[in-house]
Design a protein around this ligand. Sequence first.
Ligand code: CDV
Length: 311
Amino acid sequence: MTRLINLACAQMGPIARSDSRPAVVRRQIELLREAKGRGVEFVVFPELAFTTFFPRWLIDDQTEIDGFFEREMPGPETHPLFDEAKRLGIGFYIGYAELVAEDGRMRRFNTSIIVSADGELVGKYRKVHLPGHAEPVEGRTSQHLEKRYFEPGNLGFPVWRTLGGITGMCICNDRRWPETYRVMALQGAELVCVGYNTPDDHTGVFDFDQLTGFHHQLSLQAGAYQNATWVAAAAKAGCEEGSNMIGLSMIVAPSGQIVAMASTTADELITARCDLDMGTLYKRTIFDFSRHREPSQYKLIVERKGAILPD
Ligand code: CDV
């Protein structure tokens, strides 16, 4: 049995601070049209896909900060993307900065959504693992202030029955954490969509930073294989406002094999014909969770946050 889906990652090249949303949406629509021409049914766009990656700056003016956020999705400027995707009959995943009145206050999340081919909102996810700092780090040209501008996501890691299978989402730094994939795999995930913005100087330590691309691939391939799921990851890439961000958008099979990878750091569509049943073999053998997992032995994973060393 096969459940085939033609999947794409729409990598985006840099977005300047001065680029308007309509201009960005026009680029996204171009990618959607190319996808249609290549028979694609579902497109994964990057994290924070409508603006430049603003957490690289310390911005004090709340109005200016909120200018990077979306109060509605779709809103007047993002609607054309939704309209065109519906017209083309293509579903998509996309990331954006979400500003929402919730629990009696304004809250800000790094969010992604899945939209079906007929334009319906399938699901929403809010980034759980926020990297970087709340305060600027001295001496850095590019900051990473996600902890300042966003709250950790409060929706867990749900999955949805869509695309003829079971699909989940995560965002950028989430892809490095095994818990991310495992929580979705425990709900039967067959496809995990990921958008990311990954600068190549995150730690400032060359021995680490030179491996940024490798760590990205390692995380996606391990996540896919160990959880018997497809993973589709789309970058915002290239030199954005002086920050070099990796490309390497990838589609990874449940075998851990990379079946498509971007070769540029610009707007680029990569595609693969994915059999959602491919993970079944792994789910019935080496990673048959119900036969082989021993959750009683893993309690520390949910009970303890940081490591406590033995005496
Ligand atoms: N947007 C991100 O979450 N970026 C992080 C960087 C800062 C390490 C990432 O994990 O790719």
